[in-house]
Design a protein around this ligand. Structure first.
Ligand SMILES: [Zn+2]
Length: 379
């Protein structure tokens, strides 16, 4: 009779943010799971790091082996062994609310292959690269009162792109979250930042906060990596204008242009990203904003869980010399309006200041610390 209860375990991705390539069942408790990854409009720069799947009909208490394969890729046209390594353990949940890192795994450099060893507590569980932040989480944040919302445009697939305004002071701080779909940590920090700005009037003293809360809703829905559904990297291409192929960038740039042409300034701009092991703050090209950048870097280093792996540095004018479509948002906005635009990367690997792998609550707390530091630097 017991055998009748033990249906075969299955792996699926048919939900918001879910993504895998080929799924192979090697035994009742062993699966080989290829990462689909994503390539750009020219079939280059493949990045394969976002995976998010559900296992059903697992046997609680029995170990499963889940091999993640097809990891190698390319970044800025240079080949690599992939962004899933022993430094970036997967996360596991039984309820999609609380997530913990899977610390039992093997990483075989020859494939490479990351083999997760999971002993589930229930028959259904979820596994992802980092704790997912989906469009459902954004909907919950949208319901928070105290901000003005504008729809600045639509994605390739017609999803709305939001711009939120909080406060009405003379200075402007403009924050951008989740340009890249895989970087859920950026969204959790954004969530913490927005909640802090709504809760604490002192942070709004003298400052208008403009916020792009989620820049690639199509990618977040499909479990994308870093390109829009037409293959355009949403943090390159800031030096080209093509509203049909990349309406996301056109909408974001259009909202900034409108603000500037209305006579307002942008005193600080920041786009927040995630990497595997690097953590840094990149200032705008040139020397005009070095003093402000140095002050902000000091505040972040001293007062937040930002744990830089390199010193403050200033951007080149493009990511790839001699090629069109290779300016990131910092480079593009600086070239266009001389905006003091910054980019921050935060690692998903062990953070020495936290003493652990970053969790959702660490990201949310950092979001609050981030807006506190920016307000202090500006006020
Ligand atoms: Zn990014």
């Amino acid at each position: 009779m017991l055998a009748l209860l033990l249906a075969a375990a299955t792996v699926s991705t048919d939900f918001d943010g879910g993504n895998l390539g080929r799924i192979e069942r090697l035994s009742p408790t062993h699966f080989r799971l290829a990462l689909k990854g994503q390539k750009d409009q020219d079939g280059r720069n493949r990045q394969a790091n976002w995976y998010y799947f559900r296992v059903d009909n697992a046997t609680p208490g029995t170990e499963m082996r889940l091999d993640l394969v097809d990891l190698p890729g390319e970044y800025n046209y240079k080949p690599n062994r992939g962004a899933v390594t022993r430094d970036t353990p997967a996360v596991l949940s039984h309820d999609r609310k609380t997530w913990r890192h899977i610390t039992a795994f093997e990483y075989d450099t020859s494939g490479p292959t990351m083999t997760l060893k999971v002993t589930p507590e229930r028959s259904t569980f979820w596994v992802a690269h980092t704790p997912p932040y989906t469009n459902e989480h954004l909907e919950a944040l949208r319901k928070q009162p105290g901000k003005h919302e504008a729809v600045i445009g639509k994605t390739v697939q017609g999803r709305p792109l939001y711009l939120w305004t909080i406060g009405d002071g003379p200075k402007t701080a403009w924050l951008m979250f989740r340009q890249h779909a895989w970087e859920s940590g950026s969204s959790w920090a954004g969530d913490g930042a927005v909640r802090a700005l709504l809760a604490d009037a002192s942070l709004r003293q003298g400052i208008t906060w403009k916020i792009f809360p989620l820049c690639d809703p199509d990618g977040v829905t499909h479990g994308g990596v870093r390109f829009n559904v037409n293959g355009y990297d949403l943090n390159r291409n800031w030096d080209v204008s093509d509203p049909a192929k990349m309406p996301e960038i056109a909408a974001q740039r259009g909202a900034i242009d409108t603000w500037i042409s209305s006579g307002r300034t942008i005193d600080f701009f920041l786009s927040l990203h995630n990497t595997e092991t690097g953590e840094y703050l990149e200032g705008p090209p040139g020397t005009a904003h070095q003093e402000f950048a140095t002050r902000l870097f000091g505040l972040l280093k001293a007062g937040t869980t930002f744990a830089p792996t390199r010193e403050l540095f200033f951007a080149e004018t493009t990511t790839t010399a001699g090629m069109k479509g290779r300016m990131n948002v910092v480079q593009g906005l600086h070239a266009r309006h001389r905006i003091p635009a910054f980019l921050m990367e935060q690692r998903i690997s062990h953070n020495p200041k936290l003493g652990r792998l970053p969790a959702i609550e660490d990201r949310v707390r950092f979001g609050k610390e981030l807006v506190e530091a920016i307000a202090k630097a500006l006020q």
